[in-house]
Design a protein around this ligand. Structure first.
Ligand code: SF4
Length: 103
């Protein structure tokens, strides 16, 4: 998840100066249209695609492991907050010893 935020910030950091430079030769009446389209195409949609790939890749860990029902599991980052490690389908950091039910 951190990588998604990181690359989103990188894309924003690149897009701002590009749009700033583009104001020099762009007609103002197209400014808002180009701004909205470029923010969607360069920032929002790639972040959404990255998030979908992240969810697909980690779906089994999020829903089908012992950690998925543990209160120490943060499913947004797919991490055990107690051990600060990423559980996998075949790897439970605590081996089930520190499992505590959610809620
Ligand atoms: S404490 Fe154990 S069961 Fe709970 S999330 Fe961490 S590794 Fe998984």
């Amino acid at each position: 998840m951190g990588a998604i935020v990181y690359w989103t910030l990188i894309r924003i950091a690149i897009l701002i100066p590009v749009l700033w430079i583009a104001t020099e030769w762009m007609d103002y009446k197209f400014w808002w249209t180009i701004l909205i389209m470029s923010v969607y195409g360069v920032v929002i949609y790639p972040a959404y695609l990255q998030y979908r790939i992240f969810r697909e890749k980690n779906n089994q860990v999020i829903f089908d492991t012992l950690c998925s029902s543990c209160k120490s599991f943060d499913e947004t980052a797919v991490i055990c907050m107690k051990y600060d490690e990423h559980p996998k389908v075949d790897y439970i950091p605590c081996e089930g010893i520190d499992w505590e039910p959610k809620g």
